[in-house]
Structures are given as C-alpha cells and as structure tokens.
Design a protein around this ligand. Structure first.
Ligand SMILES: Nc1ncnc2c1ncn2[C@@H]1O[C@H](COP(=O)(O)OP(=O)(O)O)[C@@H](O)[C@H]1O
Ligand SMILES: O=P(O)(O)OC[C@H](O)CO
Length: 498
C-alpha cells in the first residue's frame, strides 16, 4: 500500500478574515477555506470583535478544508497558527465564555489608561523591558480596561477564575478543549506585560497594569507541539505544533532569517519587520523592538514599524465612502489618472503609529481643487499606504543602520500592481512579490512543520522561495522627493488639527 501524502494546515486568524490553508511538502498552498469576520465600532475609535466568532470561524474553516479535500485528521501532520496580534480576550476558566468582546489591536478605548501610565513615571522602564511604547495598541492596557469595566471581573480575576489570551492563546485553548493555556514568544512580546530580555512575565509590569499573573498563559516556543486538537472536533487528534503573531509569521514565511532582511505586509494595517538577529536593537525612531520567534531555546529579535490603516483605507473607500465597489477597482480608477494632482489623504482613522505614535490624530485630506475627481481621491488613498511605509522604512534604516537592499511583500493589498510600483518608486528599492502571497500562513505552516519533522530545517525552506514579480524603482529621485515632501506636510497639518 502506498503511503498517502500528508499536509500541514495553517490557521490564519486575521482582523478581516479567518483562513485555513493546506500546504504540501513543497510549501505550495493546495487549498484554502476562508470566511470573513466582523468588526464592531461601538464608539468612535473603538474596534471590537466577537471572540466566539473568531473561534467558530476557525473551527468552520478547518472543517471545510478537510471536507472539501476529503482529508481525515491523520493526513494532517500538524496545525500552525498565525494570528492578528495584541487583540485581547478574557474568558472564564470554568465556562469558557469570554467576559467581553475581543478588544482589537486597532481599538483606542484605553488612551486614558495610557495617558495615566505615561504620567506614572514608568514610561522609560516600560520601553526598556518590553521594547514597546505606551499606546492603546498593545494588550496590557486592554486587559486592565476589561478588568475595570466588566462588573465583577476584578474579583474573579483575583480568585484565579479568569484567563487572558491573545488570539493564538484563545484558539489553542479552544482547540485543545480547554486543556492548554499557552502563547508563544512573539505574541507575548506584544502584550506590554512581557520582558523581552529576561523572557518572562514581568512582575513590575503586572503591578503597574494591575494584571494578576494567574490569568496569563505559559510562554512557549513558536515551533513545538503544544498539544493535540480535541479528537471530536476533526474526527481525530491533530498536533498543534506552532504559533506566531501574523507579522512575525510572515517574516518567517518569507525566509527572512538573516540580520537586515525585511518584509512588509499589506493587510488591514501595514507592518514592516526587519530581522535583527539574536540581539535586540533599541530604536529611537518610533520603531518597536519585538521578538521575531523563539525556536529551540534561541530567541531572535526584529525591529518593527506599525501602520494602523493600510488595506482598511481601501475598505473605507468601498464601504463608507462608496467611491469603489470592489478593492480591485481602486487600482483601475487610480491608474486612470497620471497623479493625484496634489491631493493627499492621511488615513489616520485610529491615530498614527510609527514614527508618530499619536492616538488622537484623525484622518484628513489636503490639496483638493474644483477639478479633483474620485479617481484622484482613490489614488491618493492608495498612495498613502506607500507613504506610510516610507515613513517606516526611513525610521528603520536610521535605527538599524542597515540600508535595505530589497523589500519582500505580502498581504491582501499586494495584488494591487499600481500600489506595488508606486511603493518601489518611493522607497527606491526593488519590491519582491512572492508566488505564495499567503506568506503569513506559510510562516505558521513552516513553524508547525519544523516541529514535527515535516520539513528538516531553514535551508529546505529557503529552497522553496519563488518570486512572482519584482517591481523595480522607475521614478526620478527629484519627483520622489517632491511627492514625499507633500506627504510630510500633509501629516504635519493633520497632527495639529484636534
Ligand atoms: N486589489 C486591492 N487593492 C488594494 N487593497 C486591497 C486589494 N485587495 C485587497 N485589499 C485590501 O487587503 C486587505 C485584506 O488583506 P489581508 O492580508 O487579508 O488582511 P488581514 O490579514 O489584515 O485580515 C483589506 O483591507 C483589503 O482592503
Ligand atoms: O490582521 P492583520 O493581518 O491586519 O494583522 C494585524 C496585526 O497583527 C496587528 O498587530
């Protein structure tokens, strides 16, 4: 009897969708099951999701994938998870019920807590220990907020009855039937509660943020078997063998294993990560120092620049402004004009991240004339994604002192050729788009596959790397400077409007 082929499933739980992707030994995606997830906006600047929906859609897409491909659980060598990071969930240990919605990474409801924390005198120490900044983006203040706001939560937490997790943790807990409460290094490093140098939940941080240690998951390697899925879920147990925050997972999926190699993911937001090796680099330019992954007792670090609104600006054009019907239409419209004719859109809908870190600034548009058309506005919105990325790259090159040779890209918005070309023009480096655009999921698959011996090592992963297109810079440097100066002026103006 010939042995049947086995696969790895990557479960990619993102802000806009939950996907399960089946990868084969060559690292090729063989099938995808996907479903959208909802965001609610209960107040201006707040973004929440139904934690139950994040779990149910995860279960649904894995089941769908197995069913459509007619696979039994024993054909899956392992599941790896990549997840939207920072989004925070607290649930009752006994009932498994979340005590509140998932507070999404983009949500700003903890800006008051952040202000108080900044005034507490601990700002420098927090930065030193976590590599992060005090901002509502990170989990710590979200946990504090939920414990404060949900009736009875503090008492229950003190009694050890509640558990906290980022989305990876929540899904692993649910997938193992409540048996395993863990997270990985990369996700822990986004919580504002974890000391990225000493590799432990930090007692002082927990005290400053009023978070009981009993709620926290155990921090484990990004590539190891955490447990198996509860047998009844998929008709048999499947090893859960890897997890990483989606941006770190994408860095791994691109094979950015060497110091100085960087990728940018164009999803809901944009996240550029540069591998900085075994030593963390402290940033002075609004970047974050974060854990890329921890494998076999060895932690590697990355520098990160975070842009909160990227692809979601295209969703805004479609769903709120109703200027386009589909995301693809943004490219066609933008390409129908030669330039924005001086229009700039600053999509600071939930504040601005790197390098500005201003949670109160809001979106703005500049430079409109009587001749401005929908096409210019759409193009300006697309271009804003590339400008924000240039802000990040400039900060990164200054911080790391390493000039970028080329940029690996992934995420939903990279299918927009106009955006990719404009990005290469602005950064003045080649932009490399891989054949497997699902690089985030691929990274999670690799992490899980390595843990169970499905793949042997990083060399094998690098051999699988294939490019779909390379966008070469083609704009005159003077034009780049002129356009970018306009963007910088627009951001400056947006920052003073309160
Ligand atoms: N052709 C396109 N042009 C620009 N943006 C696009 C295009 N197609 C998809 N997007 C954007 O990509 C995002 C989805 O990418 P994805 O990587 O799935 O996001 P996430 O992981 O954050 O859920 C959406 O915000 C969408 O607006
Ligand atoms: O859901 P995504 O893919 O936009 O990723 C969100 C990031 O992990 C937030 O830090």
């Amino acid at each position: 009897m010939t042995q049947q082929e086995t696969y790895i499933i990557a479960l990619d739980q993102g802000t806009t969708s939950t996907r399960a992707i089946l990868f084969d030994k060559e690292g090729a995606p063989r099938a995808v099951a996907q479903t959208a997830v909802d965001c609610t906006f209960p107040h201006p600047g707040w973004v929440e999701q139904d934690a139950g929906q994040l779990w149910e859609t995860s279960l649904q897409v894995i089941r769908e994938l197995l069913a459509t491909e007619e696979l039994t659980a024993d054909r899956i060598a392992a599941i790896g998870i990549s997840n939207q990071r920072e989004t925070s969930i607290i649930w009752d240990k006994a009932t498994g019920q979340p005590i509140y919605n998932a507070v999404v990474w983009q949500s700003r409801q903890t800006s008051g807590i952040c202000e108080a924390l900044k005034e507490s005198g601990h700002e420098l120490a927090i930065r030193e220990k976590t590599g992060l900044l005090i901002d509502p983006y990170f989990s710590g203040t979200k946990v504090k907020w939920m414990l404060n706001e949900v009736e009875g939560a503090r008492e229950k937490a003190a009694a050890g009855e509640l558990l906290f997790g980022t989305v990876d943790s929540w899904l692993i807990w649910k997938l193992t039937g409540g048996a395993v409460h863990v997270t990985d290094y990369s996700n822990a490093s986004r919580t504002l509660l974890y000391n990225i140098h000493e590799l432990k939940w930090d007692e002082e941080l927990l005290e400053w943020l009023d978070v009981p240690a009993s709620m926290l998951p155990e921090v484990r390697s990004s590539s190891e078997v955490y447990g198996t899925t509860e047998a009844s879920l998929f008709g048999g147990p499947i090893p859960l063998a890897g997890a990483a925050g989606d941006q770190q997972s994408a860095l791994f999926g691109h094979g950015c294993f060497e110091k100085g190699e960087a990728k940018n993911t164009y999803g809901t937001g944009c996240f550029m990560l540069m591998n900085t090796g075994a030593e963390p680099i402290r940033s002075e330019h609004g970047l974050l120092t974060t854990i890329a992954w921890g494998i076999d007792g060895q932690v590697e670090y990355a520098l990160e620049g975070s842009v909160f609104v990227a692809g979601s600006a295209v969703q805004w054009l479609r769903d709120s402004m109703e200027l386009i019907e589909t995301s693809e239409e943004s490219e066609r419209l933008a390409a129908s004009v030669d330039s924005t004719e001086g229009v700039y859109v600053v999509p600071a809908f939930v504040g601005l991240g790197t390098p500005y870190w201003d949670s109160d600034v809001r979106g703005a548009a500049f430079g409109m004339t009587r001749g401005t058309k929908r096409e210019h506005f759409v193009r300006a919105t697309l271009e804003s994604i590339a400008y924000q990325t240039k802000d990040v790259l400039d900060a990164m090159e200054q911080s790391a002192g390493i000039p970028l040779q080329s940029l690996c890209v992934d995420g939903g918005a990279i299918r927009n050729n106009l955006l990719m070309q404009f990005q290469s023009d602005l950064l003045e480096v080649p932009v490399e788009r891989p054949v497997v655009s699902e690089t985030t999921a691929l990274g999670a698959a690799y992490l899980a596959g390595l843990a169970v011996g499905y793949w042997q090592g990083r060399e094998e992963i690098l051999e699988q790397r294939r490019l779909d297109s390379v966008f070469e810079p083609a704009m005159a440097p003077e034009r780049v400077s002129e356009l970018y100066a306009g963007w910088q002026k627009a951001v400056k103006a947006a920052l003073v409007f309160r």
